[in-house]
Design a protein around this ligand. Structure first.
Ligand SMILES: *Cc1c(COP(=O)(O)O)cnc(C)c1O
Length: 478
């Protein structure tokens, strides 16, 4: 029987390689133009209704030329993103990204590597990140680590590994039914909401996480922690986990990590540190001593995509006992069989160390960022953002129309329009700032008071951007 004739074009590769190559260079150039001229544009601009409508097209059944899709991207998407690349962006805790990381991500996309496992250099590179990170966090070669989407996932993993430490591997088959006593975990009232949700997702329920009050500096009150642990013990519950925060999301407070480590050791609790944005302050010599206790943690969650300036997403989970991490997640499957040689060598695989099987090559953009800039430079930038926060704090303190609501522990300043008890004027001022495109702080609520919150994370932010924020804010008060 004759073979069927080959179809016109049977795969998805370009038919005209030189043309595709030229188009790819144009796309890269457009992005470089955007980065080079960031300062000239607004931080953010509202999305016009016709732009929203323009993407609501039917499912494309027929091909569209790459150049045309790129043109739509330039017109409909690029101008209307959040603005966290811009030096005037100070909302939430968003990283600014960096060109080396972006190019690393581009190469990773080109390789299309799946880092679930197998014997390949991309997995070796991810292991190298662990070899770099573990000593920084006072951990040995026994440590386990894994890239995940972000600290929301890393904190969830921490709760699961701590649960294994408390209940043994049996919890994987039997669930919480194997616990003889009810488990209790601890974190401060300033803990990130994802830790609460992690307790929900782990089946323990959010009420099993005791929220310990904070002191005037926003740090967990250790006497209250000790009392809560003692109370749970005498009520027949099993304290198993304490979560310290290195850089709270509201005000950037750093818990007394040494004190928590002592208490955790005394009461045999798993000591996890949510260092989502703050942990990398270890790279800044002036800040590192304040985080010293993080080097005693059993596990750490951190994000390279915040202060590390790596493009999204690049969260990381680090555990002192890598074997316990493996026992928490690894499972056998015939189609994932290992061998000593060939592609199926190199066990354990990343898929043994966390919930994901197929995983992208996040390690590459991190590797590029760390190598191209060096950790000294990244540490200097982290230190600089904290100096900018102190500069903003000084200006707020000097300005009678403003009122400081929380001191700049690290890189976050919270303030409001003086006497704005309802918070309405401050919230409106922030919205108007966003719409002006001049600066983009966000808001939070501290002790029932609405705060304008400026988190300086971006490596591009300079004193003039702080000035611009206040100059744009203050005319509102006239
Ligand atoms: C950002 C943040 C998180 C959540 O991390 P994601 O990477 O957004 O999932 C958790 N805790 C703190 C303190 C954070 O700043």
């Amino acid at each position: 029987m004759p073979l069927p004739p080959p179809p016109d074009h049977e795969d998805l590769d370009p038919r005209d390689w030189p043309d595709a190559r030229a188009q790819a260079h144009r796309m890269l150039d457009d992005l470089f133009d955007h980065l080079e001229r960031l300062r000239e544009g607004p931080v953010w601009r509202p999305i016009p209704e016709q732009v929203r409508q323009a993407v609501r097209q039917p499912l494309p059944r027929r091909p569209t030329p790459l150049a045309q899709v790129h043109e739509e991207f330039m017109r409909l998407v690029l101008p209307y993103s959040v603005g966290n690349l811009h030096p005037g962006f100070m909302g939430w805790v968003h990283g600014g990204g960096n060109v080396a990381g972006m190019l690393g991500e581009m190469l990773a996309a080109g390789l299309n590597a799946n880092l679930g496992g197998r014997d390949q250099m991309p997995v070796e590179l991810e292991r190298q990140i662990l070899r770099w990170l573990a000593p920084l966090f006072g951990m040995s070669g026994q440590a386990g680590g894994l890239f995940v989407t972000g600290s929301s996932m890393a904190n969830f993993m921490a709760v699961l590994v701590a649960r294994s430490a408390a209940l043994g591997s049996e919890v994987r088959n039997k669930g919480l039914a194997c616990a003889r006593r009810q488990l209790a975990g601890y974190a401060s009232t300033a803990v990130h909401g994802c830790v609460v949700r992690a307790m929900e997702m782990a089946g323990m329920g959010s009420e099993a996480l005791r929220l310990v009050p904070v002191d005037g500096e926003g740090r967990m009150d250790l006497a209250a922690l000790a009392a809560a642990v003692a109370g749970d013990r005498s009520a027949g519950r099993q304290p198993f986990l304490v979560v310290g925060t290195a850089g709270t999301v509201d005000t950037g407070a750093v818990d007394d990590l040494e004190g928590i480590a002592d208490l955790a050791a005394e009461h045999r609790l798993w000591f996890h540190v949510d260092g989502a944005y703050g942990a990398l302050a270890l790279l800044a010599p002036a800040l590192a001593p304040r985080l010293a206790g993080i080097r005693r943690a059993d596990s750490v969650a951190l994000d390279f995509h915040k202060w590390g300036q790596v493009p999204y997403d690049a969260g990381y989970f680090l555990a002192r006992d890598g074997e316990l991490q493996r026992r928490t997640f690894a499972s056998e499957a015939a189609y994932l069989r290992r061998s000593d040689r060939g592609l199926a060598a190199g066990t354990p695989w990343p898929c043994d160390l966390g919930p994901d099987l197929s995983r992208g090559f996040r390690a590459l953009k991190v590797w590029f960022t760390l190598k191209v800039h060096g950790t000294d430079r990244l540490g200097e930038i982290i230190g600089h953002t904290c100096e900018l926060a102190r500069y903003l704090q000084d200006r707020v303190l000097q300005e009678p129309r403003l009122e400081l609501l929380a001191p700049a522990h690290l890189n976050i300043v919270c303030f409001r329009l003086r006497g704005d008890d309802s918070g309405r004027r401050s919230a409106e001022a922030v919205t108007r700032l966003h719409e002006s495109g001049l600066a983009a702080p966000s808001t939070t609520v501290l002790g029932g008071r609405l705060a304008i919150r400026a988190a300086i994370v971006n490596h591009r932010t300079q004193p003039r951007d702080i000035d611009r924020l206040l100059d744009a804010l203050l005319p509102d008060l006239a």
